[in-house]
Design a binder for this molecule. Structure first.
Ligand SMILES: [Cu+2]
Length: 534
C-alpha cells in the first residue's frame, strides 16, 4: 500500500504559534452527532410545479465552537450552527430544494492568495455549495464560478434520482475553496432507500456518521493556515494539520454497546490520507463506499481513505465488553470507543450479500481519454502550480462526453503524489492501476507500462465518485455520463491543488458534435513536469 508523503503530524514543519499536538488530552469530549435538518415547509418542484417538495434553508455564518474541553472556543464558519453542518437526510427518488444563504462576514480570516485563478480582484468572501456525489442538474451543482457574496442566496434542486449513499455538501468557490471548507463549510447529505432498509443494517442510534479532518490550531485554539511565507503568494502545495477532529471535536470518545454499529465515515480533510485501524487489532467490515453499498462486505484490519472518499463500516463490539478501543491513523489516535459491560440486544444484520453490482464492460466505452496529472516546480524546487492534462481552468473544454455514453478515462499521474480525483455528476468504477515510465511519456508521449495490471482493492469494487490516482501509475476508470447534459467539473480533491488549477470544466453534450474537440497537447514549456522558461 502506498503511503502519503509527509502525511503524519510528526512530519509537520514547525509553526511557532501552533499548539503542540500532544497538548489536548485525548478522549475527554463526547463525539457530537450533527443534527438532522428539518424542512421549512414545502415548495413547488422546478421539474413539476404541481408537485410540492420539501424546502430547506441553510445559512452559512460565523460562530465560535469549542473543539476540545481544554481549549478556548474557536472561530469557525459553518452551515447552520455546527461543524459539520446539519445532516440533510432523504430517501432515493424524493426530490428536495435547499436555499443556501450566505450570511458570512465581509472579510475572510484566513490567508487569501489573490494570484490564484478566480481570486484576483474578487471579493474576499465568496461561497457556492456543491453536494459531492449528487446527480444534480448543472444549475444546481455548485459550479465554482457561480459563487455569491454575503447577503445573497441560491436555491438548488436535488432530484435524488440515484441510489442510497452518503454524500456530503461543501463549499466550491473558485480559488478559495480550501479556506472555506477549512473554516468549517461542510456537512453530510444522506440518501437512504427501501432496498437498503430491507437489509436490516444497524440504524437509528446505531448508525453514526464519523467525519474526520485535520486542522492546525494556535496556542489559543484558533485556526491557523500555514503559508509559503511570501506575503503576495501565500498558497502552499498541501495542508496538514496538527490535530484530528471527528464530527468537530478533537479526539472524542463514544460510548457503545457490545453489538454491531454502522459507521458512515468521511475523510473531510484538505489533503490528509488516513490509514485507520483499531487498537485491539480487531477486524471490521466495509459494506459501502462513495456511491453506496458494495456487493458484499469486505473484512478489513486497516482502511486507507483519501480526501472526499467515504467508507460505510460495520464494527461489531459484541466480543469486547468493557474494553476501550482506539481508532488510530497509523499510531496517531483519532477517537476512542468505550464498550459497555451491559449486555445489548442486537437484532440487526450484516448480510453476506448487499446488492448486485454489475461491472461495466470495457467494450461499452465509446471513447478512451488520456489525461495527465501535472505538477510544476520553479527553479528553487517549490511547487507553484498543478494542472489536469497540462491545461488551465480557463482554456476551452476538452472533456465533452456525449450524454448516455460510456467513456474510459486514463488518469496518467506524472507527479510524485497520490491525487484524489473526483468527477461531478457521475458515478464510476475503477478498472485498474498500472505503473508506467513517466520519462518516456513526458518526453515522447509514449505510454510504456513497467508493471503488471493492478486490480482495484476489494473495497474499491463498488460505485465510486472519487478515486486515488497513485503516483507513477495510470489509473483507469469507466463512467457512463448519464443524468444531465451541461457544464460540470472534474478535479483533484486535494483542496490546495484544486484551488491552484487542478480542476477543469467538462461538458456533457446532448449529441455528438460534428467535429470532436482535439485534446490539447502538452505545452512546449513543460518538460518532464518542470516549467521551462522560454
Ligand atoms: Cu492533487
Amino acid at each position: 500500500m502506498l503511503l502519503p508523503r509527509s502525511a503524519y503530524p510528526h512530519e509537520m514543519p514547525a509553526t511557532p504559534t501552533a499548539i503542540d499536538p500532544g497538548t489536548p488530552t485525548p478522549f475527554v469530549d463526547v463525539l457530537p452527532i450533527p443534527p438532522i435538518l428539518r424542512p421549512d415547509g414545502l415548495r413547488p418542484s422546478p421539474a413539476n410545479s404541481s408537485l410540492k417538495i420539501p424546502y430547506y434553508r441553510v445559512t452559512m455564518r460565523e460562530f465560535v465552537h469549542q473543539l476540545h474541553r481544554d481549549l478556548k472556543p474557536t472561530r469557525l464558519w459553518g452551515y447552520g450552527a455546527s461543524v459539520p453542518g446539519p445532516t440533510i437526510q432523504t430517501t432515493a427518488g424524493n426530490p428536495l430544494l435547499v436555499e443556501w444563504v450566505n450570511d458570512l462576514p465581509a472579510k475572510h480570516f484566513l490567508p487569501i492568495d489573490y494570484r490564484l485563478h478566480g481570486a484576483k480582484g474578487e471579493p474576499q468572501v465568496r461561497a457556492v455549495v456543491h453536494v459531492h456525489g449528487a446527480k444534480a442538474p448543472p444549475e444546481s451543482d455548485g459550479y465554482p464560478e457561480d459563487w455569491y457574496v454575503p447577503g445573497k442566496s441560491a436555491t438548488y434542486y436535488y432530484p435524488n434520482a440515484q441510489e442510497a449513499a452518503m454524500l456530503w455538501y461543501h463549499d466550491h468557490a473558485m480559488g478559495i475553496n480550501r479556506l472555506n471548507i477549512y473554516a468549517g463549510l461542510f456537512g453530510l447529505y444522506l440518501i437512504h432507500s427501501d432496498a437498503e432498509d430491507a437489509l436490516n443494517l444497524p440504524r437509528g442510534k446505531y448508525e453514526i456518521p464519523l467525519t474526520i479532518c485535520d486542522r492546525m490550531l494556535d496556542k489559543t485554539g484558533q485556526l491557523l493556515y500555514p503559508t509559503s511565507g511570501k506575503a503576495d503568494a501565500p498558497w502552499i502545495p498541501e495542508f496538514f494539520g496538527n490535530v484530528y477532529l471527528v464530527n468537530g471535536k478533537i479526539m472524542p470518545f463514544l460510548n457503545v454497546e457490545p453489538r454491531k454499529y454502522r459507521f458512515r465515515l468521511l475523510n473531510a480533510s484538505n489533503a490528509r490520507q488516513y490509514l485507520l485501524s483499531l487498537s485491539n487489532k480487531m477486524p471490521f467490515h466495509q459494506i459501502g463506499s462513495d456511491q453506496g453499498l458494495l456487493s458484499a462486505p469486505v473484512e478489513l484490519k486497516r482502511l486507507f481513505i483519501v480526501p472526499a472518499e467515504r467508507a460505510d463500516l460495520i464494527i461489531d463490539f459484541e466480543a469486547f465488553r468493557g474494553q476501550h478501543i482506539i481508532l488510530s491513523d497509523n499510531t496517531v489516535p483519532v477517537m476512542q470507543f468505550r464498550v459497555s459491560n451491559q449486555a445489548s440486544k442486537d437484532s440487526s444484520a450484516m448480510p453476506h450479500s448487499l446488492r448486485p453490482i454489475q461491472r461495466t464492460p470495457e467494450a461499452s466505452a465509446v471513447k478512451t481519454r488520456m489525461l495527465t496529472l501535472n505538477e510544476y516546480d520553479n527553479d528553487a524546487g517549490d511547487t507553484i502550480l498543478m494542472l489536469l492534462n497540462a491545461t488551465y481552468w480557463h482554456q476551452p473544454v476538452t472533456e465533452n462526453p456525449v450524454l448516455d455514453t460510456t467513456e474510459i478515462w486514463n488518469l496518467i499521474n506524472l507527479t510524485d503524489d497520490a491525487h484524489p480525483i473526483h468527477l461531478h455528476l457521475v458515478r464510476f468504477q475503477i478498472l485498474d492501476r498500472r505503473k508506467f515510465d513517466k520519462f518516456s511519456y513526458s518526453m515522447h508521449n509514449t505510454l510504456r507500462f513497467t508493471g503488471p495490471v493492478v486490480p482495484p482493492e476489494p473495497n474499491e469494487m463498488g460505485w465510486k465518485d472519487t478515486v486515488r490516482a497513485d503516483p507513477g501509475m495510470v489509473t483507469r476508470i469507466i463512467a457512463k455520463f448519464e443524468g444531465y447534459s451541461g457544464r460540470y467539473v472534474w478535479h483533484c480533491h486535494n483542496l490546495d491543488h484544486e484551488d491552484n488549477e487542478m480542476m477543469r470544466p467538462y461538458e456533457v453534450v446532448a449529441k455528438q458534435p460534428a467535429k470532436a474537440t482535439q485534446a490539447l497537447a502538452q505545452p512546449d514549456w513543460c518538460i518532464d513536469g518542470r516549467l521551462v522558461t522560454r
